[in-house]
Ligand binder design. Structure first.
Ligand code: GLU
Length: 411
């Protein structure tokens, strides 16, 4: 099953439960626009290399298309389509006035020099410039794309249109129109939601063991925030492999190891495990903060956690979802758990448009309000429809998009 088929299956499930109008289901199952570009880049050795890039605009009934750009060797059109649809749903779950889009380039950025990466980024933006803009489609960071890359995008796009248009992209550095709190926003949003769940189910952080798959931007900050709140980290990983220690792992020591050796897999003070092994180790909460399709019908049955939280997009395949549901393991889905990132991206758009900037405490207080409200909305639908958190999150989102389509579109 392709990633986009997963998304369609999720939309269909929610549509069936809520009895969605067939036309709306059809619209949500089809991206509005798909762009593919062949990007020529002059490499440092003088040769010309072509890269393939995509931008998919899924739906803009609720507001401008919004979503990150990912640089990864496994990017393909289907993946970007799935991710763009999830953005429509995600923005709507948290009730922000944005639609869904996503971009990607098939590239392993670790193999490119900084100059090559900048030329690739700028050329990609020149090629998709006709379809993006501060009020039409606003990219952001995603896997392997950084605030610096966002700065190149803002600069290139501003040159193309001939005026300062840094609102064309979010996740920029602070000195170039970024928002305070954006760097930690995905993890921060996840912790707000987790805190609600933990409080309601009487979890005591000091007695709660967590595993976080992924030590990237979202995963490492989630570890930092949760260990500071008293949770006990027993396992983590990056693309090279994982580390597990039932007695606990220290965040600062792991960060030092990552900085020095390039991977947490080399950490001395735990058992080295593969990414697959990490997922089925003993813990209370499993946080998925790496890539998609990590929990499958092959391993979901062996998950020992009592709760799964998705900080990555699409880490649980539909068959795995069913297995976890039968085992009574709740999954707090990506479209709710990681929506903090795009929420603070929206704050960044608002601040750029206003040319007025907010303090971190203000950003976090506003983010918390939105995440807690979304959590309560999803919980309400979960109780109403007697379904999973994912189904309830889809229902919450889809009913809002349905309203926007019916009220705003003439079709
Ligand atoms: N790439 C992030 C996501 O998947 C953030 C998107 C954004 O800020 O627009 O939610």
């Amino acid at each position: 099953m392709s990633l986009f088929e997963n998304t369609l299956a999720q939309i269909k499930r929610a549509s069936d439960i809520m009895g969605l109008d067939k036309d709306i289901a059809t619209l949500l199952s089809t991206p509005m626009r798909k762009v593919e570009v062949n990007i020529p880049v002059r490499m440092d050795d003088g040769t010309l290399r072509m890269f393939t890039g995509f931008r998919v605009q899924h739906n803009n009934a609720c507001g401008p298309f919004k979503g990150g750009i990912r640089y990864h060797q496994q990017v393909d059109f289907g993946e970007v389509m799935a991710l763009s649809a999830w953005m429509t749903i995600k923005c709507s779950v948290v009730g922000i006035p944005l639609g869904g889009g996503k971009g990607g380039i098939i590239v392993n950025p670790k193999e490119l020099s900084k100059g090559e990466l900048e030329r690739l980024t700028r050329q990609y933006i020149r090629m998709i410039a006709p379809v993006i803009g501060p009020t039409t489609d606003v990219p952001a960071p995603d896997v392997n794309t950084t605030p610096e890359i966002m700065s190149w995008i803002a600069d290139e796009y501003s040159k193309i249109v001939g005026h300062d248009a840094k609102g064309v992209v979010t996740g920029k550095p602070l000195e170039n129109g970024g928002s305070k709190g954006r760097d930690k926003a995905t993890a921060m949003g996840g912790t707000y939601v987790l805190h609600e769940f933990a409080t309601e189910s009487g979890m005591n952080p000091a007695e709660t063991k967590i595993i976080v798959q992924g030590f990237g931007n979202a995963g490492s900050i989630m570890i930092e925030l949760l260990t500071a709140a008293g949770y006990k980290l027993v396992g983590t990983s990056d693309s090279q492999g994982g580390i597990y220690c039932a007695d606990g792992l220290d965040f600062a020591a792991l960060s030092a190891c990552k900085a020095e050796k390039g991977t947490v897999h080399a950490f001395e003070g735990g058992k080295a495990v593969t990414n697959e092994e990490l997922l089925v180790q003993d813990c209370d909460i499993l946080i998925l903060a790496a890539l998609e399709n990590q929990l499958t019908k092959g391993n979901a049955d062996q998950v020992k956690a009592k709760l799964v939280l998705e900080l990555a997009n699409g880490p649980t395949m539909p068959e795995a979802d069913e297995i976890l549901s039968k085992k009574g393991i709740p999954v707090i889905p990506d479209i709710l758990a990681n929506a903090g990132g795009v929420t603070v991206s929206w704050f960044e758009m608002v601040q750029n448009a206003d040319n007025k900037y907010w303090e971190t405490d203000d950003v976090n207080a506003k983010l918390k309000d939105i995440m807690v409200k979304a959590w309560n909305d999803v919980k309400g639908n979960k109780a109403k429809y007697n379904c999973t958190f994912r189904e309830a999150a889809f229902i919450t989102a889809i009913s809002r998009v349905e309203k926007a389509i019916k009220e705003n579109w003439k079709i």
